[in-house]
Design a protein. Structure first.
Length: 500
């Protein structure tokens, strides 16, 4: 009988860590790294044997069809059983490794099993070709460790984090509770049942700080300002912009524009690091400042080490800011409607074409956050095919016309004129079963047109005297002609060349 799956959410609390306990926690993280690498190495060894077996090769030769599905599964399973490749066998392996060395005094059995499960899942994805070959964890590359349940090992007990090990040191850490708790988030979280605990080590301003993540049963508190509404929201995400349309509101704006300042700070520090490295290692560079070929020895000065710490801190701030902006935007969308519709994009293709912009803004991560929040609120995120809908080329009158990327306004012979991204977001609201319902879009256009016009006018006011993306179409009138003489020009930055 399968286990019942209940709703879960995470509540994070900072911990008070005395120096002695902090040293022991560092040792335990390092011990977990050794266990993970041992389990991963054992899994990769067995994967190599499984792939060489006759059953595996025979299953690979069979065509992928409905008739061969059952036979292929049986052959794959036989190949794995013949070399004892399973999660249960890896649990037995990690128990032997833990008891045979010093690791047994720092890692309990349930935590060791969780480490083995993590290594097995990583190796299993590699076995079936879902991901590339996994790498072993280097020194201090493990930053978190979690328990299997709240009954043993790492557990939350009577308002304290307790981690006791037979034959080892027992740790009991007090948390920093939120005394204000303005929205009652922590009060509601601590009243829920704890499924398991996760310990996380973070480096903030060059200092180690420890946090406890409680994985709790139930749903998190919903703030009044983030109240979820019923309705459909159309979304059009670009590498640097986001367009939203619904029956209540429509807007177009830069996507995570606040991250630009953090990116520039990182870039400046990295240039200073590069100069420092050239000055302290002139023997490794040619006259044109290019690297010489061959093996090189590097000397890294204290200034370089200090700059590297500052870069690490700036990147941490950037990641935290991005996470907050993603969450804020997702909550804003859910206040318009809990049914989100958008095109199914290839974010790997985005990375190839717009690497810097995608690496900074992470649109794929944003979509996953929307999906999680929408499902938690009883909604859904619907992604539809771009091949069957072609929203950037379509009009609600049924006519399709290809546009250049530089054409930022949708102008149709039927008289419809709107900003291209906003119009695509409007059409996304009326996509059903991967096809655009033109009749429904036509009926909704009379109410949507003033919303889209208002969104463009708001954007024009904000863009006055600022550098904004040319993809917004400020330099283009709705008739596709240039702005009138005497009008105030707005400097535009090309979204492809300048921002990406």
């Amino acid at each position: 009988m399968s286990k019942s799956i209940s709703d879960s959410f995470i509540h994070e609390i900072a911990l008070k860590t005395p120096s002695q306990d902090e040293k022991e926690l560092d040792i335990r993280l390092e011990a977990s790294r050794y266990l993970y690498n041992a389990c991963l190495g054992e899994s990769l060894r067995k994967i190599s044997l499984v792939r060489q077996s006759c059953q595996w090769k025979k299953a690979r030769r069979l065509l992928k069809s409905k008739e061969n599905t059952k036979l292929r599964k049986e052959l794959f399973q036989q190949a794995k059983q013949s070399f004892a490749y399973s999660e249960y066998e890896l649990h037995s392996f990690v128990a032997i490794v833990r008891k045979s060395c010093w690791i047994g005094n720092h890692i309990d059995s349930s935590t060791a099993q969780k480490i083995a499960t993590k290594a097995f899942k990583t190796a299993d994805e590699y076995l079936y070709g879902k991901k590339g070959k996994p790498r072993f964890k280097g020194y201090q590359r493990v930053r978190s460790i979690e328990g299997k349940s709240n009954a043993s090992g790492i557990r939350w007990k009577e308002g304290f984090l307790v981690w006791s090990i037979k034959g080892g040191k027992s740790i009991k850490l007090a948390p920093y509770f939120d005394l204000k708790d303005k929205h009652g988030v922590e009060k509601q979280a601590l009243a829920c049942r704890v499924k398991y605990c996760r310990l996380i080590r973070k480096i903030q301003k060059g200092k180690k700080k420890w946090y406890l993540q409680l994985v709790l049963e139930g749903k998190a508190v919903q703030k009044q300002k983030n109240k979820v509404a019923d309705g459909v929201v159309g979304l059009d995400i670009g590498p640097s912009t986001i367009a939203v349309a619904s029956t209540k509101e429509a807007f177009l704006k830069p996507f995570c524009q606040e991250l630009e300042e953090n990116r520039l700070n990182v870039k400046k520090l990295q240039k200073r690091m590069s100069r420092s490295l050239r000055l302290t290692n002139p023997q490794n560079y040619a006259e044109d400042k290019s690297l010489k070929k061959g093996v090189k020895k590097w000397h890294r000065s204290q200034r370089y080490q200090s700059l590297r710490q500052r870069v690490s801190e700036e990147k941490r701030i950037l990641a935290e800011t991005r996470r907050k902006l993603h969450g804020k935007m997702a909550n804003e969308l859910l206040t318009l409607g809990k049914t989100i519709k958008l095109e199914k994009l290839s974010y790997k293709l985005f990375q190839r074409n717009f690497g810097k912009s995608v690496g900074l803004r992470a649109p794929g991560m944003f979509v996953s956050i929307i999906r999680r929040k929408a499902e938690s609120a009883g909604g859904v995120v619907e992604e539809f095919s771009t091949y069957t809908t072609c929203l950037s080329q379509s009009c609600h009158c049924g006519l399709r016309k290809k546009k250049k990327l530089s054409e930022r306004w949708h102008n149709c012979d039927c008289g419809v004129s709107a900003q291209r991204d906003l119009y695509s977001a409007h059409l996304a609201c009326h996509v059903h079963n991967n096809h655009l319902d033109t009749n429904q879009a036509l009926e909704a256009w009379s109410a949507a047109e003033p919303l889209l016009e208002r969104a463009v006018s708001r954007l024009s006011e904000l863009a006055s005297g600022k550098n904004y993306f040319s993809s917004f179409g400020h330099r283009q009138r709705q008739s596709e002609s240039h702005a009138k003489e005497g009008s105030v020009p707005v400097e535009a930055i090309d979204v492809v060349s300048a921002r990406c």
